[in-house]
Design a protein around this ligand. Sequence first.
Ligand code: ADP
Ligand code: MG
Length: 323
Amino acid sequence: MGYMIEVEGLKKYYKIAKRDKGLMQTMRGLFKRKYEIRKAVDDISFQIKKGEIVGFIGPNGAGKSTTIKMLSGILYPDEGKLGVNGFVPYKQRKQYVKNIGVVFGQKTQLNWDLPLIESFELMKFIYKIPQEKYEENLHKFVKLLDMEDFINQPVRQLSLGQRMRGDIVAALLHSPEVVFFDEPTIGLDVVAKEKIRGFIKYMNKTEQTTIIFTTHDMQDIEKVCDRLIIIDSGKKVYDGSIDEIKTKYAYSKTVEMLLEDGTKQVQTFDVRKVPMNEVMEKLFAQYHIKDIAICEPEIDAIIRDIYEGRVLLDTNSIGGVHA
Ligand SMILES: Nc1ncnc2c1ncn2[C@@H]1O[C@H](COP(=O)(O)OP(=O)(O)O)[C@@H](O)[C@H]1O
Ligand SMILES: [Mg+2]
């Protein structure tokens, strides 16, 4: 069997009108418009199997949303191949959207003036969801996401977390095989985030729903995803398991020491340069240590290193023993 999602050599360049500052440039601009090309997605490839749940992350402007928009058929790619569940997203739109669900955290597809439930009814109509299936899904989702209290309220009266849960339900009522979530937890409090994470995991487990999930929140990734794709400036910089990233890039270890005189010492070491046993020997020779703890870097620290290009640097450029 093939992959559920196949992306090969995907590119999207935006043409942006250059904005000049001075009057002279403005006048000149009237005659000759200048454009700048922004390579939002620049040759990205990956494959995702049915039932996988993949975290798609990268700094602001990395190209996450542009990729999601191409995958969901909202945007045409400039180059490359795209296949989702046997469809080419930007072709056969009508058939294709029945197979997918899309949630944009920063945009709602709910009707602001109508009670939430009526937006759901509209989805039933648009997607031609059989009544039985609709009721089954609605009942299940509303219960899982704890929405009984506000389902009859107009959307404009909902909190962000409530509205987001509404958007998720609206996108999943037709039981899509693939769901794209673009920052579904942005701006939410911990409780709402947990509800959404639990729900996404549940859908993946019980329905084998294939999921791509963009986020800024490392907790989302660690709690929900098995696999991580990191992009930066339109390029893929990592694709693998979360465990792998930890072992592969966790060269930086932090040692916390409690000294005999009661003071605390914290030092960070690059274990590629100095093996840990040597580090320990040196520390014990140097200090009167009462207690010691060695800490692995957090996943978000590792990812920050990847974004900032530090993992690609030569080991010499990173200090060995330093305070
Ligand atoms: N409609 C657009 N027109 C021009 N440039 C855009 C447009 N949408 C996004 N961009 C630019 O493309 C790059 C990638 O944007 P985006 O895909 O939204 O990144 P992300 O979701 O990772 O923050 C950014 O530099 C952004 O400014
Ligand atoms: Mg985005």
